[in-house]
Write a protein that binds this ligand. Structure first.
Ligand code: SAM
Length: 284
């Protein structure tokens, strides 16, 4: 077990700093302060972040930290923090670590007992979720799905059954194909939302059945950045009554299964308590 006190001392630490996903006014006062006061800013793309930092009036030293150099860079950054440096990590947009680099550095910092201090702020999936009109609890965030339809299918089969709202990111040029793959798995009336260009001037929510949204994007080529949300499956699983479950136990017993094993099997297959079924069986 390990305990971390984020603000106890002034030694080196890692701040995870979210940046706007479109609207520059979404940078928080605290994020700006941390970015200004840190010894270094570790940025996914120093050019992209340089433009953002310039616009929000932050001038500070940047180090590049992206998915291709993260393995070698993480120990170097950890060393700087062990020597007392405060590093603010940012990604191109939104929350670092969420479908962006950062995870390796967080893991290495925890290993080295360096405090990891997260700042709250914009993330595309949470922004889309709260306006989707779907239940926000529970939800499952998948990030980017694999690109091939054959590899996407198991994810969609899981979402099809799921009682949670499902959320994933998709590139505009792949969206129509992905929607067609979804159409082959989901019932056509399953509701989805395509949340586009969040916080930007062309922000748009396309809400409807999979069939309607797929047709819409055949007519209107997808442009910009997208979050796709799938409504929870609201179909009730069929539950059997106790007398029906007892009949199933009897059938197994007649076929030669012991009473104990038959009760165990029927309880497991029907997601009921083994003890309860045992009691019901012996009462009945
Ligand atoms: N770290 C980011 C976050 O916290 O949301 C996600 C980074 S991921 C590399 C980029 C993807 O996020 C985009 O391809 C898009 O699917 C989604 N995204 C980012 N900004 C968005 C926006 N303004 N509107 C809709 N989707 C967005």
């Amino acid at each position: 077990m390990k305990r971390q006190s984020s603000y106890k001392d002034e030694k080196g630490k890692l701040y995870l700093v979210p940046t706007p996903i479109g609207n520059l006014e979404d940078i928080t006062i605290r994020a700006k302060k941390i970015l200004t006061d840190a010894d270094y800013i570790a940025a996914e793309d120093t050019r992209t972040s340089g433009i953002l930092l310039e616009k929000i009036g932050v001038h500070n030293k940047m180090l590049s930290f992206h998915k291709y150099n993260s393995k070698e860079r993480a120990p170097e950054l950890v060393k700087l923090m062990q020597e007392g440096a405060v590093i603010a990590e940012i990604s191109d947009a939104g929350m670092p670590v969420i479908s962006d680099p950062g995870y390796i550095l967080v893991k290495e910092c925890i290993k080295a007992d360096i405090p990891v201090v997260p700042l709250p702020g914009p993330s595309a999936f949470a922004t889309a979720l709260i306006a989707s009109g779907f239940d926000a609890q529970p939800f499952t965030y998948y990030g980017f799905l694999p690109r091939k339809s054959s590899e996407q299918k198991p994810f969609f089969e899981q979402m099809e059954k799921s009682h949670a709202t499902s959320i994933f990111y998709e590139a505009p040029h792949r969206l129509s194909k992905t929607l067609k793959t979804m159409s082959s798995i989901f019932k056509p009336d399953r509701q989805i939302v395509a949340a586009r260009e969040l916080t930007k001037i062309h922000e748009e929510f396309v809400r409807g059945s999979i069939e309607e949204v797929t047709d819409y994007f055949v007519e209107n080529a997808p442009r910009g950045e997208f979050v796709i949300l799938v409504s929870p499956n609201t179909e009730k699983e069929e539950t059997l009554s106790w007398s029906e479950l007892i009949k199933l136990v009897d059938k197994l017993v007649q076929a030669g299964t012991s009473k104990k094993d038959a009760i165990k099997q029927v309880a497991k297959e029907n997601k009921v308590s083994k003890n309860e079924l045992y009691d019901q069986y012996h009462q009945g």
